[in-house]
Design a protein around this ligand. Structure first.
Ligand code: DAH
Length: 348
């Protein structure tokens, strides 16, 4: 190839040179510009060029060498900029570390903890009992008559005793946390002041308003001279702490086999402030719990002398309180583990 063509072809090569790192760049420098490089070799060849071509080829050769040097310098700068960008990033101590995905507490846990916390300030401690229970602790000792319709009303799940053989047994999934009352009263002596949070089961079709499992918190206070006024004061204190100082309560007579007298408690609707809205069905009140004075039969069935001791008890649904606090309309959201729902409680 004539010298001029060689120069031209090297010129195009040089103009499109690229290098990903310092090693590749050094290899290019050696290939073209070192003592044994291709451009240097052309300068040796140039000496033999006839005098009338020297001017033109000399200019071309110089242009080639300058372009090669300039291109290599450019590439050098690019590579060192890239490297310092990388090391700057590594050394930036103000950058936040890789974001750590924080878990959130479940809204039902938040509310259960708040209930426990409020009652612990007036001396209640936590007691727990089994979810798989027997008829005696869930109904019998709580003064439910053997054929009492409440047993049906509760729609209890019974557990089959022998695998595969379906026959009625007295082993069941507790349908209320009142069963923990009987466990505590048979194992502890008064004064007793306990709160029993836990999961309960009922044979209900699952919908936005009902579920086959949900959560309750039971309260029990047994001592000498415990009165209905003590119950009312404790519940008023709880309601104000939970829903705000303006909250009012009202007790309506009711019936439970294990309390006498029994009542249901409403709080002034915290959504409309008592004026009446769709949540409280225009009444200004919402029911949040059942309560009453522990029936003497229950005390006696647990071995506590009802002539010496009296007590109060109450039971509330954690989902209900959570609905009121956070306006969760569909009960199913609590057990679906949808992170879009759960993440809303991140900052609580
Ligand atoms: N066990 C009742 C229920 O599941 C709630 C309840 C009502 C508990 C009155 C009590 C009480 O301790 O005194 O509906």
């Amino acid at each position: 190839m004539a010298l001029k063509d060689t120069i031209q072809s090297l010129l195009t090569q040089v103009q499109s040179m690229s290098a990903a790192n310092a090693e590749e760049l050094e290899a290019l420098r050696i290939k073209y510009l070192s003592k044994k490089g291709e451009i240097t070799a052309l300068f040796n060849e140039f000496r033999l060029v006839p005098a009338d071509q020297k001017r033109e080829l000399g200019q071309l050769l110089n242009q080639l060498r300058q372009e090669a040097e300039a291109r290599i310098n450019d590439l050098k700068e690019q590579i060192s900029n890239q490297q310092s960008a990388i090391s700057n990033v590594r050394q930036d101590l103000t950058r936040t570390p890789d974001p750590i995905a924080l878990g959130t507490r479940h809204p039902l846990s938040l509310v259960r903890e708040e209930i426990v916390d409020i009652f612990s300030r007036i001396g209640f401690t936590v007691a727990e009992g089994p979810e798989v229970e027997d008829d005696k602790h869930v109904y019998g000792m709580l003064n439910f008559a053997p054929e009492h319709p409440a047993r049906d009303m509760q729609d209890t799940f019974f557990v089959e005793k022998e695998m595969g053989v379906q026959k009625p047994t007295d082993i069941l999934l507790r349908s209320h946390t009142s069963s923990v009352q009987t466990r505590v009263m048979t194992s502890q002596k008064p004064p007793i002041r306990v709160l029993c949070p836990g999961r309960v089961y009922r044979n209900e079709a699952i919908s936005a308003r009902a579920h086959c499992f949900f959560h309750q918190v039971e309260g029990l206070y047994v001592d000498k001279n415990v009165s209905f006024a003590d119950l009312r004061e404790a519940l008023l204190y709880f309601s104000k702490e939970m829903f705000g100082a303006d909250t009012k309560i009202r007790l309506r007579p009711s019936y439970f086999p294990f309390t006498e007298p029994s009542a249901e408690m409403d709080i002034s609707c915290n959504i409309c402030g008592g004026k009446g809205c769709s949540f409280c069905k225009g009444t200004g009140w919402v029911e949040i719990l059942g309560c009453g004075m522990v029936d003497p039969n229950v005390l006696e069935s647990c071995g506590i002398d009802s002539k010496v001791y009296s007590g109060y008890a109450f039971g509330m649904g954690v989902e209900r309180i959570t609905n009121l606090k956070y306006r969760v309309k569909d009960l199913r959201l609590f057990s679906e583990n949808d992170v879009r729902f759960l993440r809303q409680f991140e900052s609580c």
